[in-house]
Design a protein around this ligand. Structure first.
Ligand SMILES: [Zn+2]
Length: 106
């Protein structure tokens, strides 16, 4: 019978520990353990912008080593730059046209 009581004590202790752990998790931001010794520990990292596979934090450009991802990233960058240029050029043209109209009217 003493053995059974011991077991019950252990279960109670375990339940208490679980409760405490939950409280701790609620206080944290992500719930991920901060120490590298934990099995659930996730080291700081970022993801490849193309295939989302984990890569080093200070990788620049933020892509993995795959050639497919490199090509895709380059084409995306080109497109982004084109849009950036258009974003500045379009208003410039409109302002230019407006100024031209004013000059013509004067
Ligand atoms: Zn990738």
């Amino acid at each position: 019978m003493a053995n059974k009581e011991k077991l019950a004590d252990q279960i109670r202790a375990n339940a208490e520990m679980a409760k405490k752990g939950e409280k701790k998790r609620k206080g944290g931001k992500t719930g991920l353990p901060k120490s590298a010794s934990s099995s659930a520990y996730v080291a700081p990292h970022r993801h490849c912008t193309i295939c989302q596979c984990p890569i080093s934090l200070n990788r620049d450009p933020p892509i993995c080593g795959e050639t497919k991802c490199g090509d895709e990233y380059e084409s995306r960058e080109r497109q982004r730059k084109r849009w950036n240029i258009l974003l500045y050029v379009a208003p410039a043209i409109m302002i230019g046209a407006f100024a031209l109209q004013l000059m013509m009217g004067a």
